[in-house]
Design a protein around this ligand. Structure first.
Ligand SMILES: Nc1nc2c(c(=O)[nH]1)N[C@H]1C(S)=C(S)[C@@H](COP(=O)(O)O)O[C@H]1N2
Ligand SMILES: [Mo]
Length: 545
Protein backbone atom coordinates (compact mmCIF):
# COMPACT_ATOMS: atom_id res chain seq x y z
CA UNK A 1 0.00 0.00 0.00
CA UNK A 2 2.63 2.47 1.06
CA UNK A 3 4.77 1.87 -2.00
CA UNK A 4 1.79 2.42 -4.29
CA UNK A 5 1.02 5.63 -2.44
CA UNK A 6 4.61 6.75 -2.88
CA UNK A 7 4.30 6.10 -6.62
CA UNK A 8 1.08 8.10 -6.82
CA UNK A 9 2.72 10.87 -4.77
CA UNK A 10 5.68 10.99 -7.15
CA UNK A 11 3.27 11.24 -10.08
CA UNK A 12 1.24 14.01 -8.43
CA UNK A 13 4.43 15.85 -7.41
CA UNK A 14 5.79 15.55 -10.96
CA UNK A 15 2.60 16.77 -12.63
CA UNK A 16 2.30 19.72 -10.24
CA UNK A 17 5.98 20.64 -10.56
CA UNK A 18 5.72 20.56 -14.35
CA UNK A 19 2.72 22.89 -14.16
CA UNK A 20 4.52 25.19 -11.73
CA UNK A 21 7.52 25.25 -14.06
CA UNK A 22 5.34 26.12 -17.06
CA UNK A 23 3.58 28.90 -15.19
CA UNK A 24 6.80 30.27 -13.74
CA UNK A 25 8.50 30.19 -17.15
CA UNK A 26 5.64 32.14 -18.68
CA UNK A 27 5.87 34.83 -15.98
CA UNK A 28 9.64 34.91 -16.46
CA UNK A 29 9.34 35.51 -20.19
CA UNK A 30 6.41 37.90 -19.91
CA UNK A 31 7.52 40.17 -17.07
CA UNK A 32 10.94 38.86 -15.99
CA UNK A 33 9.74 37.38 -12.68
CA UNK A 34 12.34 34.99 -11.24
CA UNK A 35 12.43 31.51 -12.76
CA UNK A 36 13.15 29.15 -9.88
CA UNK A 37 14.78 26.23 -11.77
CA UNK A 38 17.43 28.50 -13.34
CA UNK A 39 18.04 30.40 -10.12
CA UNK A 40 18.52 27.16 -8.20
CA UNK A 41 21.01 25.94 -10.81
CA UNK A 42 22.90 29.25 -10.86
CA UNK A 43 23.06 29.30 -7.09
CA UNK A 44 24.41 25.75 -6.96
CA UNK A 45 27.06 26.76 -9.48
CA UNK A 46 28.09 29.51 -7.10
CA UNK A 47 28.16 27.59 -3.80
CA UNK A 48 29.37 24.13 -4.82
CA UNK A 49 33.15 23.65 -4.48
CA UNK A 50 35.22 24.56 -7.55
CA UNK A 51 36.40 20.98 -8.28
CA UNK A 52 32.80 19.71 -8.30
CA UNK A 53 31.79 22.43 -10.77
CA UNK A 54 34.82 21.85 -12.97
CA UNK A 55 34.18 18.10 -12.95
CA UNK A 56 30.52 18.66 -13.85
CA UNK A 57 31.36 21.04 -16.70
CA UNK A 58 34.01 18.64 -18.00
CA UNK A 59 31.59 15.69 -18.08
CA UNK A 60 28.99 17.87 -19.80
CA UNK A 61 31.53 18.92 -22.46
CA UNK A 62 32.61 15.26 -22.92
CA UNK A 63 28.98 14.34 -23.54
CA UNK A 64 28.42 17.19 -25.99
CA UNK A 65 31.63 16.27 -27.85
CA UNK A 66 30.48 12.64 -27.98
CA UNK A 67 27.19 13.82 -29.47
CA UNK A 68 29.25 15.68 -32.07
CA UNK A 69 27.68 19.09 -31.44
CA UNK A 70 29.38 22.49 -31.22
CA UNK A 71 30.09 22.93 -27.53
CA UNK A 72 30.04 26.74 -27.71
CA UNK A 73 26.51 26.64 -29.16
CA UNK A 74 24.95 23.89 -27.05
CA UNK A 75 26.50 24.22 -23.58
CA UNK A 76 23.83 26.67 -22.40
CA UNK A 77 20.92 24.49 -23.60
CA UNK A 78 22.51 21.52 -21.84
CA UNK A 79 22.78 23.54 -18.62
CA UNK A 80 19.16 24.62 -18.91
CA UNK A 81 18.06 21.01 -19.41
CA UNK A 82 19.98 19.95 -16.31
CA UNK A 83 18.46 22.86 -14.37
CA UNK A 84 14.92 21.80 -15.31
CA UNK A 85 15.66 18.13 -14.68
CA UNK A 86 16.95 18.59 -11.15
CA UNK A 87 14.05 20.89 -10.27
CA UNK A 88 11.58 18.27 -11.49
CA UNK A 89 13.34 15.61 -9.44
CA UNK A 90 13.00 17.85 -6.38
CA UNK A 91 9.24 18.21 -6.90
CA UNK A 92 8.77 14.49 -7.56
CA UNK A 93 10.64 13.53 -4.39
CA UNK A 94 8.66 16.03 -2.29
CA UNK A 95 5.38 14.70 -3.71
CA UNK A 96 6.40 11.13 -2.90
CA UNK A 97 7.48 12.06 0.63
CA UNK A 98 4.23 13.94 1.28
CA UNK A 99 2.13 10.94 0.19
CA UNK A 100 4.32 8.55 2.16
CA UNK A 101 4.05 10.54 5.36
CA UNK A 102 0.32 10.95 4.88
CA UNK A 103 -0.12 7.29 4.10
CA UNK A 104 1.70 6.37 7.30
CA UNK A 105 -0.80 8.68 9.04
CA UNK A 106 1.91 10.87 10.45
CA UNK A 107 0.04 13.89 9.06
CA UNK A 108 -3.38 14.59 7.62
CA UNK A 109 -3.62 15.62 3.97
CA UNK A 110 -5.35 18.90 4.82
CA UNK A 111 -4.72 22.35 3.41
CA UNK A 112 -2.40 23.30 6.27
CA UNK A 113 -0.04 20.37 5.69
CA UNK A 114 -0.10 21.16 1.95
CA UNK A 115 0.90 24.75 2.61
CA UNK A 116 3.71 23.51 4.84
CA UNK A 117 4.95 21.23 2.01
CA UNK A 118 4.74 24.16 -0.41
CA UNK A 119 6.70 26.34 2.02
CA UNK A 120 9.35 23.62 2.42
CA UNK A 121 9.81 23.63 -1.34
CA UNK A 122 9.43 27.37 -1.91
CA UNK A 123 11.17 29.06 1.02
CA UNK A 124 14.67 27.82 0.12
CA UNK A 125 14.05 29.03 -3.42
CA UNK A 126 12.95 32.44 -2.16
CA UNK A 127 16.19 32.60 -0.18
CA UNK A 128 18.18 31.59 -3.24
CA UNK A 129 16.41 34.16 -5.37
CA UNK A 130 17.33 36.88 -2.88
CA UNK A 131 20.92 35.62 -2.60
CA UNK A 132 21.46 35.39 -6.32
CA UNK A 133 19.62 38.68 -7.18
CA UNK A 134 19.45 41.28 -8.52
CA UNK A 135 16.18 40.75 -10.35
CA UNK A 136 15.00 43.47 -12.73
CA UNK A 137 11.59 43.24 -11.03
CA UNK A 138 10.69 44.78 -7.66
CA UNK A 139 11.95 42.33 -4.99
CA UNK A 140 8.66 42.35 -3.04
CA UNK A 141 6.82 41.36 -6.20
CA UNK A 142 9.37 38.64 -6.99
CA UNK A 143 9.16 37.13 -3.52
CA UNK A 144 5.37 37.41 -3.46
CA UNK A 145 5.14 35.62 -6.78
CA UNK A 146 7.42 32.80 -5.69
CA UNK A 147 5.48 32.33 -2.43
CA UNK A 148 2.20 32.32 -4.33
CA UNK A 149 3.18 29.62 -6.81
CA UNK A 150 4.87 27.37 -4.28
CA UNK A 151 2.06 27.62 -1.73
CA UNK A 152 -0.33 26.97 -4.61
CA UNK A 153 1.73 23.91 -5.46
CA UNK A 154 1.43 22.67 -1.87
CA UNK A 155 -2.30 23.34 -1.65
CA UNK A 156 -2.87 21.42 -4.89
CA UNK A 157 -0.70 18.59 -3.59
CA UNK A 158 -2.81 18.23 -0.44
CA UNK A 159 -5.97 18.26 -2.53
CA UNK A 160 -4.59 15.58 -4.83
CA UNK A 161 -3.52 13.52 -1.83
CA UNK A 162 -7.00 13.75 -0.34
CA UNK A 163 -8.50 12.37 -3.50
CA UNK A 164 -5.87 9.87 -4.53
CA UNK A 165 -4.45 8.32 -1.38
CA UNK A 166 -5.20 4.61 -1.02
CA UNK A 167 -6.24 3.44 2.43
CA UNK A 168 -5.60 0.14 4.12
CA UNK A 169 -9.27 -0.68 4.50
CA UNK A 170 -10.11 -0.48 0.81
CA UNK A 171 -7.41 -2.83 -0.41
CA UNK A 172 -8.56 -3.31 -4.00
CA UNK A 173 -6.43 -6.38 -4.58
CA UNK A 174 -9.10 -8.93 -5.46
CA UNK A 175 -11.71 -6.59 -6.86
CA UNK A 176 -12.79 -7.47 -10.39
CA UNK A 177 -13.23 -4.62 -12.89
CA UNK A 178 -17.03 -4.48 -12.83
CA UNK A 179 -17.25 -4.11 -9.12
CA UNK A 180 -14.83 -1.21 -8.76
CA UNK A 181 -15.90 0.73 -5.74
CA UNK A 182 -17.49 4.13 -6.13
CA UNK A 183 -14.45 5.54 -4.44
CA UNK A 184 -12.03 3.96 -6.90
CA UNK A 185 -14.08 5.28 -9.80
CA UNK A 186 -14.12 8.81 -8.47
CA UNK A 187 -10.40 8.51 -7.79
CA UNK A 188 -9.81 7.53 -11.39
CA UNK A 189 -11.95 10.41 -12.65
CA UNK A 190 -10.06 12.83 -10.44
CA UNK A 191 -6.73 11.56 -11.69
CA UNK A 192 -7.78 12.17 -15.30
CA UNK A 193 -8.97 15.69 -14.54
CA UNK A 194 -5.89 16.42 -12.46
CA UNK A 195 -3.57 15.11 -15.18
CA UNK A 196 -5.36 17.08 -17.89
CA UNK A 197 -5.32 20.32 -15.92
CA UNK A 198 -1.64 20.14 -14.96
CA UNK A 199 -0.63 19.08 -18.47
CA UNK A 200 -2.60 21.98 -19.96
CA UNK A 201 -0.90 24.51 -17.66
CA UNK A 202 2.49 23.00 -18.43
CA UNK A 203 2.00 23.03 -22.18
CA UNK A 204 0.50 26.52 -22.34
CA UNK A 205 3.14 28.01 -20.04
CA UNK A 206 6.08 26.33 -21.74
CA UNK A 207 4.63 26.92 -25.22
CA UNK A 208 3.79 30.61 -24.87
CA UNK A 209 7.01 31.18 -22.93
CA UNK A 210 9.04 29.58 -25.70
CA UNK A 211 7.29 31.61 -28.38
CA UNK A 212 8.06 34.78 -26.39
CA UNK A 213 11.70 33.71 -25.96
CA UNK A 214 12.07 33.02 -29.67
CA UNK A 215 10.53 36.38 -30.54
CA UNK A 216 13.01 38.08 -28.21
CA UNK A 217 15.91 36.15 -29.78
CA UNK A 218 14.75 37.12 -33.28
CA UNK A 219 14.50 40.76 -32.20
CA UNK A 220 18.08 40.64 -30.87
CA UNK A 221 19.37 38.89 -33.98
CA UNK A 222 17.60 41.38 -36.23
CA UNK A 223 19.23 44.20 -34.30
CA UNK A 224 22.60 42.49 -34.72
CA UNK A 225 22.23 41.75 -38.41
CA UNK A 226 20.98 45.30 -38.96
CA UNK A 227 24.24 46.56 -37.51
CA UNK A 228 26.14 43.93 -39.49
CA UNK A 229 24.40 44.97 -42.69
CA UNK A 230 25.25 48.53 -41.81
CA UNK A 231 28.86 47.52 -41.33
CA UNK A 232 28.86 45.54 -44.55
CA UNK A 233 27.73 48.65 -46.43
CA UNK A 234 30.70 50.46 -45.04
CA UNK A 235 32.87 47.40 -45.49
CA UNK A 236 34.05 48.48 -48.94
CA UNK A 237 35.62 51.45 -47.15
CA UNK A 238 36.33 49.67 -43.88
CA UNK A 239 39.44 47.88 -45.00
CA UNK A 240 41.14 45.51 -42.61
CA UNK A 241 44.72 46.47 -41.86
CA UNK A 242 46.02 43.30 -43.51
CA UNK A 243 43.72 43.46 -46.56
CA UNK A 244 46.64 43.48 -48.97
CA UNK A 245 48.51 40.57 -47.46
CA UNK A 246 49.30 38.12 -50.30
CA UNK A 247 48.97 35.16 -47.94
CA UNK A 248 45.29 34.25 -47.98
CA UNK A 249 43.57 31.74 -45.67
CA UNK A 250 43.32 28.14 -46.90
CA UNK A 251 39.70 27.41 -47.93
CA UNK A 252 37.81 26.22 -44.85
CA UNK A 253 39.81 28.28 -42.36
CA UNK A 254 37.54 29.98 -39.80
CA UNK A 255 36.83 33.68 -40.51
CA UNK A 256 39.73 35.85 -39.44
CA UNK A 257 37.24 38.41 -38.06
CA UNK A 258 34.48 36.54 -36.20
CA UNK A 259 30.89 37.46 -37.18
CA UNK A 260 29.39 38.82 -33.94
CA UNK A 261 26.59 36.25 -33.90
CA UNK A 262 29.26 33.51 -33.87
CA UNK A 263 31.41 35.03 -31.13
CA UNK A 264 31.65 32.43 -28.35
CA UNK A 265 29.73 33.09 -25.15
CA UNK A 266 30.62 32.15 -21.60
CA UNK A 267 28.83 33.37 -18.48
CA UNK A 268 28.18 31.97 -15.02
CA UNK A 269 24.40 32.20 -15.03
CA UNK A 270 21.92 30.16 -17.02
CA UNK A 271 20.91 33.26 -18.95
CA UNK A 272 22.79 36.46 -19.86
CA UNK A 273 22.40 39.52 -17.63
CA UNK A 274 20.30 42.38 -18.96
CA UNK A 275 21.32 45.89 -17.90
CA UNK A 276 19.39 49.06 -18.74
CA UNK A 277 22.03 51.33 -20.27
CA UNK A 278 20.06 54.52 -19.61
CA UNK A 279 19.94 53.82 -15.85
CA UNK A 280 23.42 52.34 -15.59
CA UNK A 281 26.22 54.20 -13.81
CA UNK A 282 29.74 53.16 -12.95
CA UNK A 283 30.98 54.16 -9.47
CA UNK A 284 34.76 54.29 -9.08
CA UNK A 285 35.39 54.33 -5.35
CA UNK A 286 37.88 53.32 -2.66
CA UNK A 287 41.44 54.64 -2.50
CA UNK A 288 40.89 57.63 -4.79
CA UNK A 289 40.94 61.36 -4.10
CA UNK A 290 38.26 62.03 -6.68
CA UNK A 291 35.56 59.33 -6.58
CA UNK A 292 33.66 59.14 -9.87
CA UNK A 293 30.23 58.03 -10.94
CA UNK A 294 30.34 57.73 -14.72
CA UNK A 295 27.46 57.35 -17.14
CA UNK A 296 27.91 55.65 -20.49
CA UNK A 297 27.91 59.09 -22.12
CA UNK A 298 30.68 60.27 -19.79
CA UNK A 299 32.85 57.31 -20.73
CA UNK A 300 32.21 57.72 -24.44
CA UNK A 301 32.60 61.50 -24.59
CA UNK A 302 35.02 62.59 -21.89
CA UNK A 303 37.94 60.31 -22.67
CA UNK A 304 40.05 59.51 -25.71
CA UNK A 305 38.57 56.43 -27.40
CA UNK A 306 40.76 53.59 -28.65
CA UNK A 307 40.19 50.80 -31.15
CA UNK A 308 41.89 47.44 -30.93
CA UNK A 309 41.46 44.23 -32.91
CA UNK A 310 41.74 41.52 -30.27
CA UNK A 311 41.21 37.79 -29.87
CA UNK A 312 39.52 36.58 -26.68
CA UNK A 313 39.72 32.99 -25.49
CA UNK A 314 38.38 30.95 -22.60
CA UNK A 315 40.75 29.17 -20.23
CA UNK A 316 38.43 26.16 -20.06
CA UNK A 317 38.73 25.40 -23.79
CA UNK A 318 40.57 22.25 -24.87
CA UNK A 319 43.20 22.27 -27.62
CA UNK A 320 41.36 23.24 -30.81
CA UNK A 321 38.41 24.73 -28.84
CA UNK A 322 35.68 26.86 -30.38
CA UNK A 323 35.80 29.10 -27.27
CA UNK A 324 37.99 31.68 -29.02
CA UNK A 325 36.94 34.61 -31.24
CA UNK A 326 38.15 37.91 -32.69
CA UNK A 327 36.53 41.31 -33.08
CA UNK A 328 37.24 45.04 -32.94
CA UNK A 329 37.12 46.40 -29.37
CA UNK A 330 36.47 50.08 -28.66
CA UNK A 331 36.80 51.78 -25.30
CA UNK A 332 38.91 54.03 -23.14
CA UNK A 333 42.21 53.32 -21.44
CA UNK A 334 41.83 52.40 -17.78
CA UNK A 335 44.92 54.57 -17.16
CA UNK A 336 42.99 57.66 -18.34
CA UNK A 337 40.01 56.98 -16.08
CA UNK A 338 42.20 56.25 -13.06
CA UNK A 339 44.16 59.45 -13.66
CA UNK A 340 40.84 61.27 -13.43
CA UNK A 341 39.91 59.46 -10.21
CA UNK A 342 43.32 60.29 -8.70
CA UNK A 343 44.37 56.96 -7.30
CA UNK A 344 46.18 57.20 -3.97
CA UNK A 345 49.77 55.93 -3.71
CA UNK A 346 48.92 53.04 -1.37
CA UNK A 347 46.43 51.54 -3.86
CA UNK A 348 47.41 48.18 -5.36
CA UNK A 349 44.36 46.62 -7.06
CA UNK A 350 41.07 47.22 -8.79
CA UNK A 351 38.21 45.13 -7.53
CA UNK A 352 35.68 44.91 -10.37
CA UNK A 353 32.10 43.72 -9.79
CA UNK A 354 29.47 42.72 -12.34
CA UNK A 355 25.69 42.68 -12.66
CA UNK A 356 25.57 38.88 -12.60
CA UNK A 357 27.53 38.48 -9.35
CA UNK A 358 30.88 37.91 -11.09
CA UNK A 359 34.01 39.71 -9.83
CA UNK A 360 37.74 39.90 -10.54
CA UNK A 361 40.79 41.68 -9.19
CA UNK A 362 43.22 43.48 -11.50
CA UNK A 363 46.72 44.46 -10.40
CA UNK A 364 47.39 48.20 -10.73
CA UNK A 365 51.00 47.44 -11.75
CA UNK A 366 49.60 45.61 -14.77
CA UNK A 367 47.32 48.52 -15.64
CA UNK A 368 50.15 51.03 -15.25
CA UNK A 369 52.37 48.91 -17.51
CA UNK A 370 49.88 48.69 -20.39
CA UNK A 371 47.81 51.61 -21.64
CA UNK A 372 45.95 49.22 -23.96
CA UNK A 373 43.96 47.79 -21.04
CA UNK A 374 40.58 49.39 -21.57
CA UNK A 375 37.00 49.65 -20.48
CA UNK A 376 35.13 48.74 -23.65
CA UNK A 377 31.68 49.95 -24.66
CA UNK A 378 31.69 48.86 -28.30
CA UNK A 379 32.41 45.75 -30.30
CA UNK A 380 32.58 45.78 -34.06
CA UNK A 381 31.68 49.47 -33.98
CA UNK A 382 28.42 49.01 -32.05
CA UNK A 383 27.32 48.78 -28.42
CA UNK A 384 28.47 45.50 -26.91
CA UNK A 385 25.69 42.88 -27.35
CA UNK A 386 23.76 41.92 -24.20
CA UNK A 387 25.25 38.41 -24.13
CA UNK A 388 28.75 39.86 -24.29
CA UNK A 389 28.50 42.34 -21.43
CA UNK A 390 26.48 45.43 -22.36
CA UNK A 391 27.12 48.21 -21.47
CA UNK A 392 30.74 47.85 -20.33
CA UNK A 393 33.47 45.22 -20.10
CA UNK A 394 37.19 45.34 -19.54
CA UNK A 395 39.80 44.13 -22.00
CA UNK A 396 43.16 42.90 -20.74
CA UNK A 397 45.59 41.72 -23.42
CA UNK A 398 47.34 38.38 -22.92
CA UNK A 399 44.85 37.09 -20.32
CA UNK A 400 42.13 34.50 -20.65
CA UNK A 401 38.50 35.67 -20.55
CA UNK A 402 38.05 34.64 -16.90
CA UNK A 403 40.11 37.70 -15.81
CA UNK A 404 37.94 40.12 -17.80
CA UNK A 405 34.52 40.97 -16.31
CA UNK A 406 31.56 41.82 -18.52
CA UNK A 407 28.42 43.75 -17.38
CA UNK A 408 30.65 45.86 -15.09
CA UNK A 409 28.71 47.64 -12.33
CA UNK A 410 31.45 48.83 -9.98
CA UNK A 411 35.18 49.43 -9.61
CA UNK A 412 36.76 49.73 -6.19
CA UNK A 413 40.37 50.83 -5.83
CA UNK A 414 41.95 48.95 -2.94
CA UNK A 415 45.17 47.80 -1.28
CA UNK A 416 43.72 44.33 -0.57
CA UNK A 417 44.09 41.40 -2.92
CA UNK A 418 41.08 39.10 -3.21
CA UNK A 419 40.68 36.12 -5.53
CA UNK A 420 38.36 36.58 -8.49
CA UNK A 421 35.33 34.39 -9.20
CA UNK A 422 37.15 31.62 -11.07
CA UNK A 423 40.38 31.98 -9.09
CA UNK A 424 38.33 31.22 -5.97
CA UNK A 425 37.24 28.09 -7.80
CA UNK A 426 40.82 26.93 -8.23
CA UNK A 427 41.67 28.35 -11.67
CA UNK A 428 44.95 30.16 -12.35
CA UNK A 429 45.51 33.49 -10.55
CA UNK A 430 47.25 35.09 -13.52
CA UNK A 431 45.56 33.20 -16.37
CA UNK A 432 48.04 34.28 -19.00
CA UNK A 433 47.04 32.92 -22.40
CA UNK A 434 48.96 29.77 -23.41
CA UNK A 435 50.35 29.65 -26.95
CA UNK A 436 48.22 27.39 -29.12
CA UNK A 437 47.88 26.45 -32.78
CA UNK A 438 44.98 24.74 -34.50
CA UNK A 439 44.34 23.07 -37.86
CA UNK A 440 40.97 24.23 -39.22
CA UNK A 441 41.13 22.65 -42.64
CA UNK A 442 42.85 20.24 -44.97
CA UNK A 443 41.23 21.55 -48.14
CA UNK A 444 40.89 18.26 -50.00
CA UNK A 445 38.34 19.82 -52.37
CA UNK A 446 40.45 22.85 -53.24
CA UNK A 447 43.73 21.53 -54.62
CA UNK A 448 46.08 23.93 -56.40
CA UNK A 449 48.57 23.08 -59.08
CA UNK A 450 52.13 24.31 -59.04
CA UNK A 451 53.87 23.21 -62.23
CA UNK A 452 53.26 19.47 -62.36
CA UNK A 453 52.69 19.25 -58.60
CA UNK A 454 49.31 19.19 -56.83
CA UNK A 455 49.21 21.00 -53.51
CA UNK A 456 46.54 20.72 -50.81
CA UNK A 457 46.06 23.89 -48.75
CA UNK A 458 46.18 23.23 -45.01
CA UNK A 459 45.36 26.08 -42.66
CA UNK A 460 44.20 27.39 -39.32
CA UNK A 461 45.07 29.80 -36.52
CA UNK A 462 47.81 30.30 -33.98
CA UNK A 463 47.48 32.51 -30.91
CA UNK A 464 49.73 33.51 -28.03
CA UNK A 465 47.85 36.38 -26.41
CA UNK A 466 49.74 39.64 -26.87
CA UNK A 467 53.06 37.87 -27.40
CA UNK A 468 52.58 37.30 -31.11
CA UNK A 469 53.44 34.34 -33.30
CA UNK A 470 56.84 34.03 -35.05
CA UNK A 471 56.54 30.55 -36.53
CA UNK A 472 54.01 27.84 -37.37
CA UNK A 473 55.06 24.38 -38.47
CA UNK A 474 53.10 21.44 -39.85
CA UNK A 475 54.06 17.80 -40.07
CA UNK A 476 52.32 14.93 -41.78
CA UNK A 477 52.30 11.35 -40.47
CA UNK A 478 55.05 12.12 -37.97
CA UNK A 479 57.44 13.31 -40.72
CA UNK A 480 59.66 16.41 -40.55
CA UNK A 481 58.23 19.71 -39.34
CA UNK A 482 57.73 22.11 -42.29
CA UNK A 483 57.29 25.88 -41.99
CA UNK A 484 53.83 27.26 -42.75
CA UNK A 485 53.29 30.75 -44.16
CA UNK A 486 51.94 33.38 -41.79
CA UNK A 487 49.39 35.99 -42.79
CA UNK A 488 50.01 39.29 -41.04
CA UNK A 489 47.42 39.48 -38.21
CA UNK A 490 44.71 42.12 -37.75
CA UNK A 491 46.76 43.40 -34.81
CA UNK A 492 49.47 42.32 -32.39
CA UNK A 493 46.73 41.05 -30.07
CA UNK A 494 44.83 38.79 -32.47
CA UNK A 495 45.39 35.27 -33.67
CA UNK A 496 47.48 34.68 -36.77
CA UNK A 497 46.11 32.87 -39.80
CA UNK A 498 48.61 30.40 -41.25
CA UNK A 499 48.63 28.16 -44.30
CA UNK A 500 50.78 25.35 -45.59
CA UNK A 501 50.39 24.05 -49.14
CA UNK A 502 51.10 20.37 -48.80
CA UNK A 503 52.32 18.22 -51.74
CA UNK A 504 49.42 15.85 -52.44
CA UNK A 505 49.82 12.21 -51.56
CA UNK A 506 46.83 9.82 -51.65
CA UNK A 507 45.79 7.90 -48.55
CA UNK A 508 44.90 8.48 -44.89
CA UNK A 509 47.04 11.09 -43.21
CA UNK A 510 47.52 12.72 -39.83
CA UNK A 511 48.37 16.41 -39.83
CA UNK A 512 49.84 18.12 -36.77
CA UNK A 513 50.66 21.75 -36.04
CA UNK A 514 52.83 23.65 -33.58
CA UNK A 515 53.86 27.29 -33.18
CA UNK A 516 56.38 29.55 -31.54
CA UNK A 517 55.65 32.84 -29.79
CA UNK A 518 56.95 36.19 -31.04
CA UNK A 519 60.24 35.81 -29.17
CA UNK A 520 60.74 32.25 -30.40
CA UNK A 521 59.46 30.45 -27.28
CA UNK A 522 57.93 27.20 -28.56
CA UNK A 523 54.37 26.34 -27.64
CA UNK A 524 54.13 23.73 -24.89
CA UNK A 525 53.73 20.35 -26.61
CA UNK A 526 53.18 18.41 -23.40
CA UNK A 527 49.49 17.48 -23.11
CA UNK A 528 47.70 19.16 -20.20
CA UNK A 529 44.02 19.68 -19.41
CA UNK A 530 42.50 23.14 -19.43
CA UNK A 531 42.30 23.15 -15.63
CA UNK A 532 43.85 25.08 -13.94
CA UNK A 533 45.99 27.17 -16.31
CA UNK A 534 44.81 26.58 -19.89
CA UNK A 535 45.18 23.53 -22.14
CA UNK A 536 48.47 22.64 -23.84
CA UNK A 537 49.39 20.02 -26.42
CA UNK A 538 49.48 19.61 -30.17
CA UNK A 539 46.39 19.79 -32.36
CA UNK A 540 46.05 17.05 -34.94
CA UNK A 541 43.68 16.48 -37.86
CA UNK A 542 42.94 13.29 -39.77
CA UNK A 543 42.21 13.48 -43.49
CA UNK A 544 41.65 10.98 -46.28
CA UNK A 545 42.83 12.03 -49.73
N1 LIG B 1 30.32 39.36 -15.55
C1 LIG B 1 30.91 38.31 -16.12
N2 LIG B 1 32.02 38.51 -16.84
C2 LIG B 1 32.64 37.46 -17.43
C3 LIG B 1 32.15 36.15 -17.26
C4 LIG B 1 30.96 35.97 -16.52
O1 LIG B 1 30.45 34.86 -16.33
N3 LIG B 1 30.37 37.09 -15.96
N4 LIG B 1 32.81 35.10 -17.83
C5 LIG B 1 34.21 35.32 -18.18
C6 LIG B 1 34.75 34.27 -19.01
S1 LIG B 1 35.16 32.81 -18.21
C7 LIG B 1 35.00 34.42 -20.35
S2 LIG B 1 35.79 33.24 -21.23
C8 LIG B 1 34.59 35.67 -21.04
C9 LIG B 1 33.69 35.33 -22.22
O2 LIG B 1 33.29 36.49 -22.90
P1 LIG B 1 32.25 36.35 -24.11
O3 LIG B 1 31.06 35.59 -23.59
O4 LIG B 1 31.92 37.71 -24.56
O5 LIG B 1 32.95 35.54 -25.18
O6 LIG B 1 33.88 36.55 -20.19
C10 LIG B 1 34.41 36.65 -18.89
N5 LIG B 1 33.74 37.70 -18.18
MO1 LIG C 1 36.19 31.51 -19.75
Amino acid sequence: MTSRNIGIGALAGGLLTAALTGLSYLAYRLVALPFAPFELFDWMGRVLPGPVITFGIDRMIDTLLLLGVNVADTAKSAEQTIALGQFMVGGIVLGAVYFAVTSARKIRPDLLSGLVAGALFGLPLVGISIAIGPSPVNPVLSIGWLLLIFLGWGAALSLACNRLLLHEREEPAAQPEETLSVEALSRRRFLIRFGTATAAITVIGAGVGTVLAQAERRRQEAALSATEAHNAEGASEMIFPNANDPITPAPGTRPEYTPLKDFYKVFIRTEPTVIDGSMWMLPITGLVDNPLVLTLDDIQNNYQSRDQYATLSCISGRVGTTLISTTLWTGVSVQDILADAQVRPEARYLHITSGDGFYETVDLDLINSDERIMLCYAWDGNPIPVDHGFPLRIWIPDRYGMKQPKWITGIEVTDQYTDGYWVERSWDKVAQVKATSVIDTVAVDAPITDGDQTLIPVGGIAFAGARGISQVQVRVDGGPWEDAELRSPLSETTWVIWRYDWPFNAGDHTFEVRCAEGDGTPQIEEVHDAHPSGATGIDSYEATL
